[in-house]
Design a protein around this ligand. Structure first.
Ligand code: URA
Length: 198
C-alpha cells in the first residue's frame, strides 16, 4: 500500500527489509519552495528515531557548514534517496533506490529547486546515473533530467566523511561555498543567483 501527501510519503511497504528495520518513514524537511535541495542517502539511527533527515552527527556538521556560508538550515529542503533506515545502516540496494525513486522525483518536482546538492557517493551516483569519484568531483555541477525537468546537480562529499578524515572538511567547505554562490546566498550583497545567468 502506498500513500502520499504532497511531497510526503505516509504509507509504503515496497521494501520488505526496510519495512522490517525502520521505525517510521523519514520524509524531507524544509520549505517546499526552497532554492537548495540537499539529497542524502538514507536515514540513520537518529533520523529513524526522530523522523527527520540529517539530525545526527553528520547533520550537525552539515548545519554548521551551511551556517558558515550564510545558508540557514531552515531555508533548505533536506531529503534522502531512500526514506527508511536500512538494517545496520547498510547502503540501500539498487532495488530499494528504484522503489523510492518516484517519491524523490515527486519531491524534486514540487520543490522545484534552483540547485540540488547530493552528499556522498550513493545519492550522487543515483541521481547522475554514472560512477562518480566523489572526493575528486566534489564542487562540480552537472545537469541531469530528474522527474519532469533538467536540474543542476552539485556534487558534494558526505559530511560524515570529514568525521573520519579532516582533510575532507576543506572539500565540503568549498562545495557549500559554491552552493551559496550559485543560489545567491553568499552574503556579498549580491542577491542575484548566479544560476539566473545560465
Ligand atoms: N546520512 C544521510 O545520508 N542521510 C541522513 O538523513 C543522515 C545521515
Amino acid at each position: 500500500m502506498e500513500n502520499m501527501d504532497g511531497p510526503r510519503v505516509t504509507e509504503c511497504e515496497r521494501c520488505p527489509a526496510l519495512v522490517e528495520s525502520r521505525s517510521r518513514i523519514v520524509n524531507g524537511t524544509g520549505p517546499e519552495d526552497a532554492d537548495l535541495l540537499i539529497v542524502g542517502e538514507a536515514p540513520g539511527e537518529q533520523e529513524d528515531r526522530e523522523g527527520e533527515p540529517f539530525v545526527g552527527r553528520s547533520g550537525s556538521e552539515l548545519d554548521e557548514k551551511l551556517r558558515e556560508h550564510a545558508i540557514p538550515r531552515e531555508e533548505v529542503r533536506i531529503t534522502n534517496c531512500v526514506r527508511c533506515r536500512p538494517p545496520e545502516n547498510r547502503d540501500p540496494t539498487k532495488e530499494e533506490l528504484e522503489n523510492c525513486r518516484g517519491y524523490l522525483e515527486r519531491e524534486v518536482d514540487i520543490v522545484d529547486p534552483d540547485l540540488i546538492m547530493t552528499v556522498g557517493k550513493v545519492p550522487t551516483e543515483h541521481l547522475l546515473e554514472r560512477d562518480v569519484a566523489v572526493t575528486k568531483e566534489a564542487g562540480t555541477v552537472e545537469e541531469r533530467r530528474i522527474g519532469e525537468t533538467s536540474r543542476r546537480v552539485l556534487i558534494s562529499v558526505h559530511p560524515a566523511a570529514m568525521l573520519y578524515d579532516r582533510s575532507q572538511e576543506e572539500t565540503l567547505d568549498a562545495t557549500i561555498g559554491e552552493a551559496a554562490s550559485l543560489i545567491g546566498a553568499d552574503g556579498n550583497g549580491n542577491d542575484q543567483s548566479r544560476l539566473d545567468s545560465f
